[in-house]
Design a protein around this ligand. Structure first.
Ligand code: ATP
Ligand code: MG
Length: 420
């Protein structure tokens, strides 16, 4: 069967440890989404979301893209790209307008709210003064208020005198974003949208019930951890914590006096996030280099250090979650995703420390090459392919004159889209 080009969505997730290109067929009925191609390359030249070596970043993207092209038989000439890093900030703002009377009428009656009223109120809500070099990445409506009525999702067609919008803004460092987008452009790929990685992971893993009843998505990457808190269908808080799963690898390398590659292997094979759930009896051999002495370490001893670091990360994340001010209402608790979520026994540790239900987030409703992209480190790439269908957003509306301007979408679409 021939796949229509308009159903094809391409995501490029450029992470600290790996770059992933994912090509999927996205249909409006979620059931029929299909992964057609996956390409993966170890990331080089990215550190905590920022480019430190441009050529290496481009090389990683190219390898991932070519692999996905080969698998799917589809040429990648456009993509939705992820962005993360400690330059990302989330803030809540609001704006209010009086609903204009029809020109011919001087009767003080309530007016019907139009799409242009909604655009106007959102323009006001986003008019915060940002420091130089910061730009708005996403404008995400939380709720609208008409006169004294609150919690309105779509005010168009309703009547009132005053319209207020509460929104969550995600801002970023413009230079970091431009450099990232330029790398992709140089490979002759149009950037259709730039999406906060934590938001992309949320799209792939959450259903609307969870977003309504309260949930926090924690994407534990190699370099950073993205936090996104949802309640009542909207985002209440978003942040990037400057600690990722590579910190654990680093700790192991220092503690055991071994190289990072060996430490990474040991972490995957023997580490547990809860030391009490690992054995003092089970020992593993440390790599012997240059005629050194053979050494053994128990899984329990290794895990004690790992647990301490994970508790620190959980505390940092917990601080961010509490900034959303809805701790009591996180009915669905915490969803862990990203490669770091695969650390053995992290779920019971997180459950104990957050005192909330915790689950591992995986993508839903995809068929096709799911085996290759089934683990938690692929959720951001998968979410990127769902971005256009799930939520339309005003991605960098203000940057139309820059090379990133290609990532602009229509204001009407995103206003309508978020709550659908
Ligand atoms: N099975 C596993 N057990 C423990 N840790 C794992 C496992 N698999 C992957 N990881 C860790 O997950 C991290 C990589 O996660 P991921 O691929 O999500 O990062 P990234 O997207 O490249 O980074 P970032 O999002 O920070 O830019 C690495 O630190 C890796 O050690
Ligand atoms: Mg990542």
């Amino acid at each position: 069967m021939k796949i229509s080009d308009k159903d094809i969505e391409i995501g490029i997730d450029i992470g600290t440890s790996k770059t992933c290109c994912l090509i999927a067929e996205i249909k409006s009925e979620e059931e029929s989404n299909k992964i057609l191609g996956v390409g993966n390359a170890p990331s080089q030249g990215i550190k905590k979301g920022s480019i430190i070596h441009r050529d290496k970043v481009m090389e990683s993207i190219e390898i991932a893209v070519r692999e996905a092209e080969l698998m799917s038989g589809i040429k990648v000439n456009r993509a939705t790209v992820s962005i993360s890093g400690n330059h990302i900030r989330g803030i809540n703002t609001q704006g209010a307008i009086a609903i204009q009377k029809a020109a011919s009428s001087n009767v003080p009656m309530e007016q019907e709210i139009t799409q242009s009223d909604v655009s106007r109120v959102l323009e006001l809500a986003k008019a915060v003064s940002l420091p130089i070099d910061r730009e708005i990445l996403h404008i995400l409506p939380q709720e609208y208020l008409i006169d004294t009525m609150d919690s309105i999702k779509d005010p168009v067609g309703m009547s009132g005198r005053r319209l207020e919008a509460k929104v969550h803004l995600i801002t970023m460092a413009a230079t970091t974003a431009k450099n990232l987008v330029n790398c992709v452009h140089e490979l002759a790929i149009d950037v259709e949208g730039l999406v906060f990685q934590g938001l992309a992971s949320s799209i792939a893993t959450l259903d609307s019930d969870e977003k309504d009843m309260g949930v926090a998505v924690i994407d534990i990457g190699a370099g950073t951890t993205d936090v996104t808190v949802f309640y009542d269908g909207g985002i209440r808080h978003s942040a990037v914590v400057d600690v990722g799963a590579n910190t654990v690898t680093n700790d192991i390398a220092v503690m055991l006096q071994i190289g990072m590659d060996d430490a990474e292997q040991i972490k995957m094979k023997y580490a547990s996030a809860k030391a009490s759930m690992s054995s003092t009896e089970l020992e593993f051999d440390l790599p012997v280099k240059n005629g050194g002495i053979a050494r053994k370490v128990s899984e329990h001893e290794l895990s004690r250090y790992v647990e301490a670091r994970m508790i620190e990360l959980i505390q940092l994340v917990g601080r961010e979650i509490s900034r959303a001010g809805i701790n009591e209402q996180l009915t669905y608790g915490v969803v862990l995703t990203g490669g770091g979520a695969m650390l053995r026994n992290l779920v019971p540790l997180a459950q104990e420390k957050f005192n909330l239900p915790v689950r591992i987030g995986q993508h839903k409703n995809f068929s096709g090459a799911v085996d290759i992209a089934s683990t938690a480190d692929f959720t951001a790439a998968i979410g990127l392919t769902q971005w256009n269908s799930v939520t339309r957003d005003m991605v960098m509306k203000d940057m139309t004159v820059t090379p990133i301007g290609k990532a602009v979408t229509n204001i009407k679409d995103w206003v309508r889209g978020l709550f659908t």
